[in-house]
Design a protein around this ligand. Structure first.
Ligand SMILES: *[C@@H]1O[C@H](CO)[C@@H](O)[C@H](O)[C@H]1NC(C)=O
Ligand SMILES: *[C@@H]1O[C@H](CO)[C@@H](O)[C@H](O)[C@H]1NC(C)=O
Ligand SMILES: *[C@@H]1O[C@H](CO)[C@@H](O)[C@H](O)[C@H]1NC(C)=O
Ligand SMILES: *[C@@H]1O[C@H](CO)[C@@H](O)[C@H](O)[C@H]1NC(C)=O
Ligand SMILES: *[C@@H]1O[C@H](CO)[C@@H](O)[C@H](O)[C@H]1NC(C)=O
Ligand SMILES: *[C@@H]1O[C@H](CO)[C@@H](O)[C@H](O)[C@H]1NC(C)=O
Ligand SMILES: *[C@@H]1O[C@H](CO)[C@@H](O)[C@H](O)[C@H]1NC(C)=O
Ligand SMILES: *[C@@H]1O[C@H](CO)[C@@H](O)[C@H](O)[C@H]1NC(C)=O
Ligand SMILES: *[C@@H]1O[C@H](CO)[C@@H](O)[C@H](O)[C@H]1NC(C)=O
Length: 435
C-alpha cells in the first residue's frame, strides 16, 4: 500500500517536473528583472521568466504577456523562444503564440535581434507561430529561412544604460553635412539653407541644428542622437537612440533607423527599424505600400578627420584571432608596420584632396568601388583582424558563453554589429559573416 502511494508520488513528481521543464524556462541572467527599450515595441519588462510589453494583435485580440518557453538554443545560436500567456480565439479554437527571437549581443547592455518565422498575413503581418496544441519542436518555431531581412534588425537597450550602449557611427556618416529633406508627403525641405548635420565632434553622436531648417531629424526634438548599432550589406543600416526627456510616438521616437549609401550622399530614415528593401534612395514602406519616414541628400562640408584609425585597442581579443601569444607578437609588429603604411597613405590621399576618412572600412571601400563584387573584402578582413575599430571589433563576452571556442567567433551569437556583409544585392539579402 505504502509502496504503491510512494510509486504514484514519484511518478507524479516526475510528470510535474517534466512539465515544468518543457513549459517554462528562466531567462538569461542579463534580462532578468530589468526593463529594456525595444526599438520596435517600446519598453519590455522582464522578470525571471516572463516578459511583458511586446504587444501584437491577432484576430483583433491583443497579446502582450509572454513567458520564456525554450532557452536551450540560446547559447549556441542566440534563440530565445517565448510563449504567449494570453490566447487568441478564432473559429472556436484557442491559439497560443510562439515567438522566436535570434539575439546578438552588442554590448553588455544592448542586443539586436531578428524574428525567425514567416510573416502571418492574417495576424498583423507578425512573424509569430500560432498553434492550437503545445509544440516544443524548435525547428518548427524558429524557421531560419524565414528570418527577417538584414536591414530590419531590432535593437534592445537596457534601461538606465543607454549611454553605455553607444557605438561609433558608421563610416559613410562620418562628416558634417548640409542636407535636403524630402518627407513622405513628397515635399522637399531644408533646400536653401546651410543646414548642419554633424558627426565629427563626437564619433558616437549625430547632432542637428534646427536653426536653418526646423524639420525634426532622427525624430529627436533635442537634435542629438547616439549611434547604437550598424549592419552592412551593399548599403549601411544603422540605428540611433534619442535620449530626449520624452517622446510622443508620432513626431518623436526613441529609435530611428538610417539606410545610407557607401559614399554618404544619400540616406533614408524611419522610426523604430528599417523596413524591407529600404535602400538609401527610397522611402521606408508600410505593409500597405505607403511611404514612411524621410529621404535625405547630403553634401559634406567636411569628412571627419578622425586620425585614430589606430583604434582604442584595449580589450580586443587579438589572441583568439591569431591563436596565441606568439601570433600576438608577430601581429603587433605587422600592425605597427601596416599602421605606418596606412598613415602615410592616408596623408598622401589627404594632401591629394581625397576622402580623409581613411580608416579600416574605407580601405575596403577604396578597394571595392562596387560593393557588390565583394572584391577587397579579403583585405578588409585582414585589416579588421589586425586593427579592429571600436565599432567593428567583436564584443564577445566569452565568460557567459560556455561553449565558446576561439576561432568560432562567427558562429557565436555574441558577434558584434558591423560584421555582417552581403554579396550581390539583387533585392534580396543573404548575409555573410566575414569577420
Ligand atoms: C515589471 O513587472 C513587474 C512584475 O509584474 C512589476 O512588479 C514591475 O513594476 C514592472 N516594472 C515596470 C517598470 O513596468
Ligand atoms: C529569480 O531568480 C533568483 C535567482 O534564481 C531567485 O533568487 C529569485 O527568488 C527569483 N525571483 C522570483 C520573483 O522568482
Ligand atoms: C478557450 O478559452 C476560453 C477562455 O479561457 C475557454 O472558456 C474555452 O473553453 C476555450 N476553448 C477551447 C476549445 O479550449
Ligand atoms: C490538437 O489536439 C487535439 C486533441 O488532442 C486534436 O483533436 C487536434 O486535432 C489537435 N490540433 C492540431 C492542429 O493538431
Ligand atoms: C519539427 O518540425 C520540422 C519542421 O516543421 C519537421 O520537419 C520535423 O519533422 C519536426 N520534428 C519532429 C520531431 O516533430
Ligand atoms: C528656396 O528658394 C527659392 C527661391 O529663392 C524659394 O522660392 C523657395 O521657396 C525656397 N525654398 C525653401 C524650402 O526655402
Ligand atoms: C545653430 O546654428 C545657428 C546659426 O548658424 C548658430 O547661431 C547656433 O549657435 C547653432 N547652434 C548650435 C547649438 O550649434
Ligand atoms: C538621458 O536621459 C535621461 C533621462 O531623461 C537623463 O537622466 C540622462 O542624463 C540623459 N543622458 C544624457 C547623457 O544626456
Ligand atoms: C519594423 O519591423 C516590423 C516587424 O517587426 C515591421 O512590421 C515594420 O514595418 C518595421 N518598420 C517600422 C517603421 O515599423
Amino acid at each position: 500500500m505504502n509502496l504503491k502511494f510512494l510509486m504514484i508520488g514519484i511518478f507524479q513528481c516526475l510528470i510535474s517536473s517534466f512539465q515544468t521543464a518543457v513549459g517554462t524556462c528562466t531567462l538569461p541572467n542579463v534580462f532578468r528583472n530589468s526593463v529594456w527599450h525595444d526599438s520596435t515595441r517600446g519598453d519590455l519588462n522582464f522578470t525571471n521568466s516572463t516578459m511583458s510589453g511586446w504587444q501584437t494583435t491577432a484576430y483583433s485580440q491583443s497579446i502582450s504577456q509572454w513567458e520564456c518557453y525554450i532557452d536551450s538554443h540560446y547559447e549556441s545560436n542566440g534563440y530565445l523562444i517565448f510563449k504567449s500567456l494570453q490566447k487568441v480565439t478564432f473559429a472556436g479554437v484557442n491559439f497560443t503564440g510562439y515567438m522566436c527571437m535570434q539575439l546578438t549581443k552588442v554590448t553588455d547592455y544592448s542586443f539586436y535581434y531578428y524574428l525567425l518565422y514567416t510573416q502571418q498575413h492574417n495576424a498583423a503581418e507578425e512573424r509569430i507561430l500560432y498553434a492550437e496544441n503545445a509544440t516544443s519542436n524548435v525547428s518548427s518555431i524558429c524557421i531560419t529561412s524565414s528570418k527577417e531581412p538584414l536591414e530590419q534588425f531590432h535593437v534592445l537597450i537596457k534601461s538606465g544604460y543607454e549611454w553605455e550602449a553607444r557605438q561609433y557611427c558608421p563610416t559613410p556618416v562620418l562628416g558634417n553635412f548640409d542636407y535636403t529633406y524630402t518627407g513622405s508627403d513628397g515635399n522637399a525641405y531644408c533646400q536653401n539653407s546651410s543646414d548642419q548635420w554633424r558627426v565629427c565632434s563626437d564619433r558616437q553622436t549625430m547632432t542637428f541644428n534646427y536653426t536653418t531648417c526646423n524639420k525634426i531629424m532622427a525624430y529627436s526634438r533635442g537634435g542629438q542622437v547616439w549611434c547604437v548599432g550598424t549592419v552592412t550589406s551593399s548599403y549601411t543600416f544603422f540605428m540611433v537612440y534619442n535620449n530626449d526627456s520624452s517622446v510622443d510616438g508620432s513626431a518623436t521616437f526613441r529609435f530611428t533607423c538610417f539606410s545610407i549609401s557607401p559614399d554618404g550622399l544619400k540616406a533614408s530614415m524611419v522610426q523604430n527599424n528599417c523596413t524591407e528593401n529600404q535602400i538609401p534612395s527610397t522611402f521606408a514602406k508600410r505593409h500597405d505600400g505607403q511611404d514612411m519616414g524621410a529621404k535625405l541628400i547630403m553634401t559634406p562640408y567636411l569628412t571627419c578627420p578622425f586620425t585614430s584609425a589606430t583604434p582604442k585597442a584595449e580589450n580586443v581579443n587579438v589572441g583568439a584571432v591569431v591563436g596565441g601569444v606568439l601570433g600576438g607578437v608577430v601581429l603587433i609588429v605587422v600592425s605597427v608596420g601596416l599602421y605606418m603604411f596606412y598613415k602615410r597613405n592616408w596623408r598622401m590621399k589627404r594632401s591629394s584632396g581625397q576622402d580623409p576618412r581613411s580608416n579600416v572600412a574605407d580601405v575596403k571601400a577604396h578597394n571595392a568601388p562596387d560593393p557588390r563584387t565583394g572584391h577587397g573584402q579579403v583585405k578588409a578582413n585582414i585589416m579588421l583582424n589586425l586593427s579592429p575599430r571600436e565599432d567593428l571589433k567583436p564584443t564577445n563576452d566569452h565568460s557567459s558563453y560556455e561553449n565558446h571556442v576561439p576561432g568560432n567567433e562567427c558562429k557565436s551569437p555574441m558577434q558584434s554589429f558591423g560584421s555582417l556583409h552581403v554579396d550581390d544585392y539583387d533585392g534580396q539579402f543573404s548575409p555573410r559573416v566575414i569577420m
